[in-house]
Every structure is written in structure tokens, then in C-alpha cells.
Design a protein around this ligand. Structure first.
Ligand code: ADP
Ligand code: ZN
Length: 607
């Protein structure tokens, strides 16, 4: 056997033996072999794509310890637990350890006892750490969340910039940098700052096919819409609900609890202790709904989050993609569900105008917000649009987003838009949307009379639409940049140059108002498939119960013992002996040895 085939068969063996997986996913094989051969790689792979195996397998195949640099300290414990369950000797070094624990890890490193070490970048950069590393045998350096080197990104970590030192001090050790969020500019920054000019680029694109994207108008009762969505689509399942403010988070979490759901709040205003407890419960218990500000999420590795709901508009598609990306890491069906309304558009436009950033930066932000708003209003496939924004390409509509499943209707909005725009003009560009709608609808209020607006030519010319439809129209006109919101003028609506063609008669097609996506026959269910028989259901519950017992005994989250998908496979194929059990995806040699008898026992007893 030559070197390459030897590497390739060793890698495949490790995949099966240690992880219990039959085959590599697309790209994983090439990446693993590249690193095993001692060469560098830059890996762009979507969340849930399977980045960890790309450095874990080479760490096991190559001599020495694999050093994994990650900014996500909170996750290291779970990652190490997961590896230890697989029989891999792994440890971590970060600021949460006390001196004697650090000493122990260092001893293990010197003794060559560790196969993988997770380390925080600030710990790595300490001079004694670098000296220590130069004295031991290293298999590879993996730089996880590599986009953290980008100063423009939202996750910038200053210590990441210093990581180029690895290349200078350890030129012969292969490096693999990984990220799920890299547009072209960030990718270039990663290559330059980490000196990865010679690395092979592996780009798996950005698509998350198991996530179903849906966006609906907030019809004024967002929380009821949310409740209906959760109850009909994801009862008793884990999910994240994002809100803009802390106050809203607290209110919504307690309201959901009051409605009988298992919801917890999470935001920066809670004590560190409470935040930690809530995060732990989210990871360890079944079916918890985390209601959170965007302070929650970076590095949430929970594989079975079944939905991410947004009750406010994120400020860019990058943020939307990242936040929704926390759903369905396990590849099973998951929902990205969002409500947005006129108020969102106004608030975000205002925040932008108030920003004290440079003109250049403001222009970029404006462009990003427009892209986000455009995404909400499109009438074609959302996934195609989203991927296109990231420079990726999907040649046919996806069939798994709201616009594909229930194509939105459009209507000729030319006349209505002209009325809405001229009403802004006739009232002097000094009023907000509510007042404008009152004028259009011909409301005889004291306020209207005081300003003499019952005399203007647009008074009472808009009775063909109702209030909600006018709000919807104004939102679309603001989204499209035909109107803007003046903050100094207390939210007064002003005409933009872009409105002129419409006023002159250029036709305008708009998306029709749609009811929030609930369950409907056309959409079909988007759940993990139900079992066929009550016996299967009861076996599933028994297996889960036993998994929970084992997890609690060892103080680890249940998914560290077995993933849901592994238990499902056990239910369907009912392995009756250890040999068959070993064939189940996710049952490697060590887990078979530790848990095989128990689980085979439960299965055969339930025959
Ligand atoms: P990422 O870090 O890219 O978000 P992970 O490395 O956490 O993704 O992998 C996502 C999930 O896919 C994990 O549950 C992992 O065990 C599983 N997985 C990865 N590669 C394979 C494979 N070749 N076969 C089966 N499952 C895999
Ligand atoms: Zn689609």
C-alpha cells in the first residue's frame, strides 16, 4: 500500500471504529486526507456540515496531539465530554480551570497521553504555552471559528490576529482553519491574517437544505402567532425565540410559560449565574424554548434545536443566516420562522440614521438593511435569494421555503401606491404612518380637523383598503426606499427621489398580505417523521429515558451519549445483539462496549 491509500484507509477505519459512521460527507474525505498528509486547508462549511470530523480524524490518524483553537470556552467541556464518550483522550485549557487542573493537563501533554487539546486563543498566546508546545509532538493546529480574525465581522477577537505566529513558529505542522460564515472579503482576511496562502480552499457552500425559511407579516398579535406556530409545528420541541429588547424577552418568556410551554429568558441583563443555569437547562433538558436577545447563541452546539423564531427583523442577512443557522444542526427538518412589521422597518431605519459611524460604514449598513428588507418582500424562492447574497448558487427553486410552498400572490399596487405617496406630499411630509392612513381612510378625528387634513385632496380616497393593508403598503414603500422615516421629525414620513417614477405612473407590483404561516395542508408538516406504531413510540420513549439517566449520572447533555438520530435508527431497525447494534450510525466501538448491552436489553425486552 502506498502512503495515500494507507492514509485513506486509516481515516475510513477511524470514522467507523471511533465515531460509528459509515461514510464521509462530501468534502470531508478530501479535507481529512489533506491534513493527514501534512498540508494546510481552509474549510468553509455550513453549520451542521460536519467540520469537527475534519480535524478530529487527522488528530487521531497523525502522530501527536491535535491542538484545537476555539473562542467558545463555554463549549469546550461538552466537546471534551463528547470525545471522551468515544474513548478519545481529550482535554481543554482555558480560564475556567484552576492551577492544579492546568498542571495536570500539561503533564498529560508532556507524557504524550492526549490525542486532542482544546485551547482558548489567549491561553495559546501565552509565552509559556508556546514554549511548552515546542517541546511536544503536535499532530495539527485547527483554528475553529476562523472568521473571528476579521475586524469587520461581528465576532472579532483581537487574539485571533496573533495566530499567524503558529505559522512562523511551527512551519511544518499542518493547519486547518474552519468557518461557517465567510463572504469573499472575510475569506481573504482569513487567508492573509493567518498566512494561509498555500492552503487548499474547500468550499461546501452555504446551503442548509433541512431548514425551512418562512417570513410573515406581524399582524399586531405577534405572540399569539408565535404560540400558534409552536403549538402546531413544534410541540414539546427545543427552539430559540429572538426578540430585540430585554424587557420583551422577559415578558414573552413568562407569557409562554403561562400558556403551558417550557420557556426560559436569556439576555445580558440577567446575572451570570442565571444565564449559565438557563443555558445548561437548554442543553440538557428536552423541549426547552429559549427566549433571548442576540446575546444568546454564539457557539450553541445543541444539535436538535427544531426552530429559530424571530419576532424582530435582524439588521442584515448575515445576522439572519447566522441566527437561523442554529436550527437543525443534526440535519433533521427545522424551521426558521420570522415575523416582521412596519414598526421593525421604522426602528431599523431610524437606528441607522442615528448611527455615529463614518459615512462609508453607514452606507454599507444601509445596503445590508436594504438587502434584508428586500429578502422579506421577495416573491421568489427565499433560499435562492439567500444563497445568492452569499455568492452561492442554487439552480432551481428549493421547494422548502414559504414562497416555494405557497407562492405569494402579487397585485397591481400602482394606484394605491400613488395615493399613499401623494398623501405624504399633500400633508407636508410631517406626519407618521398612522395619521396618513387616517387621512386616506377619511377619519373625521379632532386631529385631522385641527390640521385641516379633511380638506386635502387625498382625504377619504383610500377606502378600498383596510388599515392593515395600508400599513402593509407603507411598509413596502419604506422597505423599497420610496419613502424614508425622519427621526428628527418624530417618525415623519418623507418622499424620496425614488418615488417620482411611481407618481408619474410607472407600474408597481407588490406582494399581497399573507396570513402567518401556520399548519396548512399545502405546506405539509415539517417535523421529524413520526413513528408508524405505538410500540415504536413507546420504545423511543424508553430509549430516551435510559439515555437521560445515563446523561444525568455522568453530568453531560443527553446528546453526548447518543444523538436522537441514533436512537431513531435503533427504534426502526431493532438491533437484537451487539453485532447489529454496532452497525447503527453513531455507535462506535467504545459506545458499543459501554452502552450496547443496556440498549439491546431494552429493545429485546420490548419485543
Ligand atoms: P459543524 O461543526 O460543521 O457545525 P459538526 O461537526 O458539529 O458540524 O457536525 C454536525 C453533525 O453531523 C454532528 O452531529 C456530527 O456527529 C454529524 N456528522 C458529521 N460528519 C458525519 C458523517 N460523515 N456521518 C454521519 N454523521 C456525521
Ligand atoms: Zn424556496
Amino acid at each position: 500500500m502506498n502512503d495515500e491509500t494507507q492514509i485513506s484507509s486509516k481515516a475510513a477505519q477511524t470514522l467507523k471504529q471511533v465515531f460509528g459512521y459509515d461514510s464521509f460527507r462530501p468534502q470531508q474525505k478530501q479535507i481529512v486526507e489533506q491534513i493527514c498528509k501534512g498540508e494546510d486547508a481552509l474549510v468553509l462549511m455550513p453549520t451542521g456540515g460536519g467540520k469537527s470530523l475534519c480535524y478530529q480524524i487527522p488528530s487521531l490518524v497523525r502522530e501527536g496531539v491535535g491542538i484545537i483553537i476555539s473562542p467558545l470556552i463555554a463549549l469546550m467541556q461538552d466537546q471534551v465530554d463528547t470525545l471522551q464518550q468515544l474513548g478519545v483522550s481529550a482535554a481543554y485549557l482555558n480560564s475556567t480551570l484552576r492551577a492544579p487542573q492546568v498542571q495536570q493537563v500539561i503533564q498529560q501533554l508532556h507524557a504524550g497521553e492526549l490525542q486532542m487539546l482544546y485551547i482558548a486563543p489567549e491561553r495559546l498566546m501565552m509565552s509559556q504555552t508556546l514554549v511548552m508546545l515546542s517541546q511536544i509532538n503536535i499532530a495539527l493546529f485547527a483554528i475553529d471559528e476562523a472568521h473571528c480574525v476579521s475586524q469587520w465581522g461581528h465576532d472579532f477577537r483581537p487574539e485571533y490576529i496573533q495566530l499567524s505566529v503558529l505559522h512562523e513558529r511551527f512551519p511544518h505542522i499542518p493547519r486547518i482553519a474552519l468557518t461557517a460564515t465567510a463572504d469573499k472579503a472575510t475569506r481573504q482576511e482569513i487567508i492573509e491574517r493567518l498566512s494561509l496562502q498555500h492552503a487548499t480552499l474547500f468550499n461546501s457552500g452555504f446551503d442548509r437544505p433541512n431548514i425551512r425559511y418562512s417570513i410573515s407579516e406581524n399582524s399586531g398579535n405577534a405572540r399569539d402567532q408565535l404560540l400558534r406556530f409552536i403549538q402546531s409545528e413544534h410541540p414539546a420541541e427545543a427552539g430559540i425565540v429572538y426578540c430585540l429588547s430585554r424587557k420583551r424577552v422577559d415578558e414573552l418568556a413568562s407569557w409562554l410559560c403561562h400558556k403551558g410551554l417550557n420557556a426560559l429568558p436569556y439576555h445580558a441583563g440577567l446575572s451570570t449565574d442565571r444565564r449559565r443555569t438557563h443555558q445548561q437547562r437548554f442543553l440538557r433538558e428536552d423541549g426547552i424554548i429559549m427566549v433571548a436577545t442576540i446575546a444568546f447563541g454564539m457557539g450553541i452546539d445543541k444539535p436538535d434545536v427544531r426552530f429559530v423564531a424571530h419576532l424582530n427583523l435582524p439588521k442584515s442577512l448575515e445576522a439572519y443566516y447566522q441566527e437561523t443557522g442554529r436550527a437543525g444542526r443534526d440535519g433533521q427538518p427545522a424551521d426558521a420562522w420570522m415575523l416582521y412589521g412596519l414598526q421593525d422597518v421604522i426602528v431599523l431605519r431610524q437606528m441607522q440614521q442615528q448611527s455615529e459611524a463614518s459615512e462609508h460604514y453607514k452606507r454599507i449598513e444601509q445596503h445590508k438593511l436594504s438587502a434584508m428588507l428586500g429578502f422579506c418582500e421577495i416573491t421568489s424562492c427565499r433560499r435562492q435569494a439567500l444563497l445568492h447574497y452569499f455568492g452561492d448558487y442554487l439552480d432551481a427553486p428549493c421547494g422548502n421555503c414559504d414562497t416555494c410552498l405557497e407562492p405569494p400572490k402579487t397585485w397591481d399596487a400602482t394606484t394605491a401606491a400613488q395615493k399613499a405617496l401623494s398623501c405624504v406630499h399633500r400633508t407636508g411630509q410631517r406626519f407618521g404612518v398612522n395619521h396618513l392612513i387616517d387621512v386616506l381612510m377619511g377619519k373625521e378625528s379632532e386631529r385631522i380637523k385641527r390640521f385641516g387634513h379633511d380638506e386635502v385632496s387625498t382625504f377619504a380616497i383610500g377606502k378600498e383598503l383596510n388599515t392593515q393593508e395600508w400599513r402593509h403598503l407603507y411598509r413596502q414603500l419604506i422597505s423599497r426606499g420610496l419613502l424614508s422615516v425622519d427621526i428628527e421629525g418624530y417618525g415623519a414620513i418623507k418622499l424620496n427621489e425614488a418615488a417620482r417614477p411611481i407618481l408619474k405612473g410607472e407600474p408597481l407590483q407588490l406582494r399581497k398580505l399573507k396570513k402567518a404561516a401556520g399548519r396548512s395542508s399545502k405546506r405539509g408538516k415539517n417535523n421529524v417523521e413520526a413513528f408508524a406504531t405505538p410500540e415504536e413510540n413507546s420504545l423511543w420513549e424508553k430509549l430516551r429515558e435510559h439515555r437521560k439517566e445515563l446523561a444525568d449520572q455522568q453530568g453531560v447533555p443527553p446528546f453526548v451519549i447518543f444523538h436522537d438520530s441514533t436512537l431513531r435508527e435503533m427504534v426502526i431497525s431493532r438491533p437484537a445483539n451487539l453485532l447489529d447494534m454496532g452497525q447503527i450510525t453513531g455507535v462506535g466501538a467504545k459506545k458499543l462496549e459501554r452502552y450496547g448491552d443496556d440498549f439491546v436489553g431494552i429493545i429485546t425486552l420490548s419485543e
